[in-house]
Write a protein that binds this ligand. Sequence first.
Ligand SMILES: Cc1cc2nc3c(=O)[nH]c(=O)nc-3n(C[C@H](O)[C@H](O)[C@H](O)COP(=O)(O)O)c2cc1C
Length: 224
Amino acid sequence: MNNIESVVKSRHSVRSYKDQKIEGEVLEELQKEIQKCSEESGLNIKLVLNEEKAFGKTHYGSFDNCKNYVVIMGEKNRKDLDEASGYYGEKIVLKAQEIGLNTCWTKLTYNKAEVPCTLNENEKISIVIAIGYGKVKGTNHKSKEFSAVSKTIENVPDWYKKGVEFALYAPTALNQQKFKFELKENDEVSLKTAGLGLCTKIDLGIVKYHFELGAGLDNFKWSE
Ligand SMILES: Cc1cc2nc3c(=O)[nH]c(=O)nc-3n(C[C@H](O)[C@H](O)[C@H](O)COP(=O)(O)O)c2cc1C
């Protein structure tokens, strides 16, 4: 298993955190990745440290001691806001995992009103990622089979198999894994998600990034 594979396979949602602060080199690396993702994506991504209210216990009980989080903000009318948030957010999630931190994507179970970020005009919070040193490391989610998420099943190249395998390790809202890949002619790959759920397009961006990591960008092209 190479490094990125072990990072992808060891990432699980963690909702319970130690008091240990994010600081020193780990903080520097995390900030660097956030900065890079902000610049590449045009999203406004901020790290909030040592803030207890957004995941405070009274209302948002599923989280324990979460005091750090990444806030992803973007233009309200940007068409690909959710997909880009998923794609770049997952880059940050996997970088965090690589440097010893744990994470959990959160659309609903935090208190938006307590997030101390100033939104620019026409901007909204697209999603938040809880981050810190987990008291636990999480466990594997229940996963669909290859054949349930790939229209193409027979005679597929190894890179495609690996891409789908990585996608099955991706976090999705409520672990729904409502995505379908298809291998088309000329090494083109299509990825579609079913339904219009609140997080469908965020999931799409996350899953897309996982597939690219597994398959290798040199091996295929996304089809429209
Ligand atoms: C877009 C998105 C939104 C999510 N929102 C929440 C949330 O509001 N609260 C929560 O506890 N978990 C949330 N999750 C975490 C999922 O429940 C979790 O990723 C899924 O069950 C798979 O488990 P895993 O991340 O451990 O692989 C969210 C995940 C994604 C990708």
